[in-house]
Design a protein around this ligand. Structure first.
Ligand SMILES: Nc1nc2c([nH]c(=O)n2[C@H]2C[C@H](O)[C@@H](COP(=O)(O)OP(=O)(O)OP(=O)(O)O)O2)c(=O)[nH]1
Length: 131
């Protein structure tokens, strides 16, 4: 049986652009693009997990808004349950720490990147949304 992995992702929007982050070459889903975030730890709400991950990974603070998508995707290493949320920067600017690269893209530019499979429904929704 594969592990269920519960993950939250932040769609951080500033001046109409969305923050995209590229995974490192030696990680699972190597070089794929994703939204900053990570696994929900026991006892955390999805929002608490996202706040913690963004501070850890991006060294900034966000205000978390509405949920965008909830997807389930079975990778070879486990079943990822990904929930994404609209977020707004409230303190600091994202800093590159764990990721290989970050980019700010317009919603209609998102499909130019090679996204982790679990992210595709969020990308499709953002493509149709005015942010
Ligand atoms: N943060 C994030 N993770 C995603 C997205 N899409 C997606 O499939 N994932 C996967 C990648 C990982 O397997 C998992 C997130 O957990 P993580 O960020 O703690 O994982 P990781 O690979 O960096 O760390 P590790 O536990 O494997 O060492 O969910 C996304 O948009 N954001």
């Amino acid at each position: 049986m594969k592990n269920n992995i519960y993950v939250v992702g932040a769609v951080i929007i500033e001046k109409g652009k969305i923050l995209c982050a590229q995974r490192g070459p030696s990680k699972s889903l190597a070089n794929k693009w994703e939204f900053p975030g990570g696994k929900i730890e026991s006892g955390e709400t999805p929002q608490e997990a996202l706040q913690r991950e963004i501070v850890e990974e991006m060294q900034c603070k966000v205000e978390i808004g509405d949920q965008i998508e909830q997807t389930v995707y079975e990778y070879d290493f486990g079943i990822v349950h990904l929930t994404t949320f609209f977020c707004k920067l409230i303190d600091g600017e994202p800093v590159l720490t764990e990721h290989a690269a970050i980019k700010w893209l317009l919603p209609n530019e998102l499909k130019s990147l090679d996204w982790a499979a679990a992210d595709i429904p969020t990308i499709e929704k953002l493509f149709k949304t005015n942010v």
